[in-house]
Ligand binder design. Sequence first.
Ligand SMILES: [Zn+2]
Length: 305
Amino acid sequence: MRSIFLSILLFLSAVSPLCAAGSKIKILTTTEDLRSIAEYIGGDRVAADSLARGYQDPHYLEAKPSFMMKAKNADLFMRVGLELEIGYEELIIDGSRNARIRVGQPGHLDVSEGVNLLEVPTTTKIDRSMGDVHPMGNPHYWLDPENVKIMARNIANRLSELSPENAGYFQENLAAFDKKMDEKMIEWRSKLAPFKGRKIAIYHRSWPYFADRFGLVAACELEPKPGIPPSPGHLKEVIDIMKRDKINVILMEVFYDEKPAEFVAGQTGAKVIVVPNSVGGTKEAKDYFSLMDTVVDKLAEGLKG
Ligand SMILES: [Zn+2]
């Protein structure tokens, strides 16, 4: 009798609440990109949701009570990090009263760990006059597919820690994800190969990672400083640079005002290419792969002209 009791006890202690039969790991991510990657890795063992929609500016999200309610039940909270979510993450986690997803807990994952960063400021003096500069580096690293492989590995490792009995499943999904990414990279590279070294204008510095990976140069941006809307004086400088360097494309995100870009296009003859910079930014960008398909195809089309 005693041994039966003991074995039941041992069994119960081995089964964490996360993996009780039929229950999925509840993941809440800040962006839809993270949700998409988490769904590939977590498969049917997770239920993932995101706070921001891909057509929203992820820098500025309102810490709504409904977000706190979502966070309340999450087993794992994921952020892009590098202060992208600094305006709302803490408010949402605090408001959720869910101690498991606090920074530093196993239920909190900063997906940026180990990714290759660009634009890490070399000066320690960062003030508001510089605009919305991120002191840890440019946070838009998910637009480099090679970084996404690192993000996927981070997610697979954390899910494996939270649910060790599913570790093999998560690692298998990671291997499949990597394989698909490598195949797609060949396709994306070949589509953009004819334009190697070409300069493009961008609206916000969302695109340096993407440009770097595919051999393009993000030469100037419509924002005078990150997060600061274009001013007439700055646009004049942009027009001069674009004329001088024969830049014929302005690449911009779906959630910014298109009027300044149309104005510059009118002065330079360049084309405005509006693309999602996150999963969910447009109907076509259903997951990370179709997001990149959309960006690569539209940009290649624009650069051709
Ligand atoms: Zn930004």
